[in-house]
Design a binder for this molecule. Structure first.
Ligand code: PMP
Length: 288
């Protein structure tokens, strides 16, 4: 039996979940999305994700067909209907059916799609050993072209960087902005540790304002660790003591090598391990 998919205002069978081939979400990547985790049957940070979705939609002048509370209820309904206890939810809002021209304002029936499914996680071994990354040559979109805070359906900038990573047999690439400062990874935010202080690039450097990023900053400060948002260079990454990425799918994952420069002792460091554990407990609703 397939999934139950929410489209617009109701659940339908996966086989009946269809959208027009003239939807500008398909033709132009004109739309926005969110990825959300479910832990122990709880939808993690649902309100924050919904808020970000509406902000992304507002910036690209896209109207979402329901209000925030209705959307929250629809996400809950879809998650329950699919019996998802630990999984992943994808929210997609498209511009709707238009013509082959660009004009977004003649598009009709902008679609609202909710998919709740299981999640394929990175193997546990990768978290223990850490992963290698490279610096992408693909420059992060200029903020005056597409603001990085908008989680749009057009991910080609990130996909080109991801291709560079895969061509180099590593799983992730670090993207730099037009000024040469670190922006983010292809679907994760960047953190380093140097002399006991945690640094992360400001969102204005070209990052999505990650929800995991915000939680990890909060958890680190609760541990009395200093967290500084500051522009970082490739040099800073090469000589840091610890390096990790954060994101909804990856959670907190240690980086042990960038461009063949080994980070620290070549394994995830103590701050990375501490924050990964704290994040795990927080996400699973455990007291600590
Ligand atoms: N940057 C990009 C480009 C992303 O797509 C994501 C989401 N996967 C992130 C950062 C991390 O954000 P979040 O913690 O909200 O998942």
């Amino acid at each position: 039996m397939g999934l139950k998919i929410w489209i617009d205002n109701k659940l339908v069978d996966e086989a009946d979940a269809k959208i027009s081939i003239l939807d500008h979400g398909l033709l132009y990547g004109d739309g926005v999305f969110e990825g959300i985790r479910v832990y122990n049957g709880r939808i993690f940070e649902l309100e924050a994700h919904v808020k970000r979705l509406y902000e992304s939609a507002k910036v690209i002048r896209l109207k979402v067909s329901m209000d925030k509370n209705e959307l929250i209820r629809a996400v809950e309904t879809t998650t329950e209907a699919n019996g998802v206890i630990d999984g992943y939810i994808r929210l997609v809002v498209t511009r709707g059916t238009g013509t082959l021209g660009l004009d977004p304002f003649i598009c009709e029936n902008g679609r609202l799609i909710i998919i709740a499914d299981n999640i394929q996680l990175y193997p546990e071994e990768l978290y223990e050993k850490g992963v290698k990354v490279i610096s992408a040559t693909t420059v992060r979109n200029h903020p005056l072209s597409i603001p990085s805070q908008v989680k749009s359906l057009n991910y080609l900038n990130n996909i080109l960087a991801k291709i560079e990573a895969l061509d180099n047999d590593v799983s992730e690439a670090i993207m730099y902005n037009h000024e040469g400062y670190v922006a983010e990874a292809t679907a994760d935010n960047v953190f380093i540790v140097k002399n006991g202080v945690i640094y992360t690039p400001p969102v204005e450097a070209g990052a999505l304002e990650g929800i995991t990023r915000g939680i990890v900053i909060k958890l680190a400060r609760e541990e009395n660790l200093e967290v500084v948002e500051k522009n970082l260079t490739r040099f800073d990454l090469y000589v840091c003591d610890e390096f990790f990425l954060t994101g909804t799918a990856a959670e907190v994952i240690g980086i042990i090598d960038i461009d063949n420069r080994i980070i620290g002792e070549g394994k995830p460091g103590p701050v990375t391990i501490l924050l990964r554990e704290k994040f795990y407990k927080y996400a699973h609703g455990e007291k600590f």
